[in-house]
Design a protein around this ligand. Structure first.
Ligand SMILES: [Cu+2]
Length: 349
């Protein structure tokens, strides 16, 4: 019963865990965000409480925010940051897009006062949102600056040797190594990329993933576009998450709502990379959205206000806000919500 054990964990000190997981995560701070001395000092009125809905929550919501500068990125920038790469034209007229991705081990503050010893692509979580058009030629140079072997495994259609898994093509890229992944952008849709080295759950949960968008040849309608990669962080290496978010930073869009314009089309590229929990979800308040699973079709599968995604699943959401004001969005698993995965849209004229 993972939930029960997690609740016990929240109520007590962190137990010691042996084996490979402990070795892998030896650099991760063990102090739980809601039970450490610092958190209790920040919320002394809650010091006697032990559940995350009481003592836990307060430490997040006492006006403290993460140090975006130390992280080197912030959730609001990542939200609308689409990386089209460096484009040139091949002799046959096709567009070639090139990126360089490097793996680097880096400490990230994932919630106020909660540091996570992450493995990243380009120093950020999620990695760059790679964007291209259907039929482009893509060339991604991968340099491994991490202390561990890694790969980049892309979803989409490509040759086996470009699949970024151990034993195929260049396989695992050792520390200091490099390789080039090259393939055509197919099919149009919302995809993702992630490391595929074992133990897989750890390599993904440590932060090695990002969104990969292939635009259809006939472009989508203009919209206020955003990417949300739903993720979580196991800060005490017990193979359950202590922090949940869209784009890494718990409560980032609560502390500072996402501004949207009344009547304007909003398009969210939603990707679920959560490890250790079987499902995740996105729920929108005060509205419904058209949902395009995997973004591969032009006809929505559903008009709804909640979608559920398994790990690796993704889809495109589209809607317009007819009314002004603040509207919540969050995972509909209440536990995830309370542990960081919630935010506001603020609709203005
Ligand atoms: Cu890896």
């Amino acid at each position: 019963m993972p939930q029960l054990s997690r609740r016990r964990l929240l109520a007590a000190s962190v137990p010691a865990i042996g084996g490979a997981a402990a070795a892998l995560h030896s650099a991760v701070p063990h102090r739980h965000p809601w039970n450490g001395a610092e958190a209790q000092a920040a919320a002394p009125e809650h010091a006697g409480h032990t559940t995350h809905s009481d003592g836990g929550h307060a430490s997040f919501r006492d006006g403290r925010t993460v140090d975006d500068r130390a992280n080197g990125f912030d959730a609001h920038t990542i939200l609308r940051d689409f990386d089209w790469g460096r484009s040139t034209r091949l002799p046959n007229g096709r567009v070639l897009r090139e990126w360089e991705l490097f793996a680097v081990d880096k400490e990230i503050e994932v919630a106020p006062g909660v540091k996570f010893a992450a493995w990243t692509y380009n120093g950020r979580i999620p990695g760059p949102t790679l964007r291209c058009r259907e039929g482009d030629r893509l060339r991604i140079t991968f340099v491994n600056g991490s202390a561990h072997p890694h790969t980049i495994h892309f979803h989409g259609i490509h040759p086996a040797e470009m699949d970024g898994v151990p034993g195929l093509g260049d396989g695992e890229i050792p520390p200091g190594g490099r390789t080039v992944y090259e393939f055509d952008a197919l099919p149009a849709g919302l995809h993702l990329y992630h490391c595929h080295v074992r133990p897989l759950a750890e390599h993904i949960a440590k932060g090695l993933y990002g969104a990969f968008i292939v635009d259809p040849k006939d472009a989508r309608e203009d919209a206020d576009e955003m990417v949300m990669v739903m993720n979580g962080f196991d800060t005490n290496f017990d193979r359950t998450n202590e922090v949940y978010a869209a784009n890494t930073i718990g409560f980032a869009y609560m502390d500072k709502p996402i501004v949207a314009k009344r009547g304007e089309l909003v398009r969210v590229y939603l990707v679920n990379v959560l490890e250790y929990d079987l499902i995740n979800s996105f729920h929108l308040h005060g509205n419904l959205f058209d949902y395009f699973p995997t973004g591969t079709g032009k006809t929505p599968s559903e008009l709804t206000d909640t979608v559920m995604l398994c790990q690796g699943q993704r889809g495109i959401l589209e809607w317009r806000f007819p009314n002004l004001g603040k509207y919540m969005f969050h995972a509909h698993q209440s536990e995830f919500t309370e542990l960081g995965w919630q935010g506001f849209f603020e609709v203005v004229d």
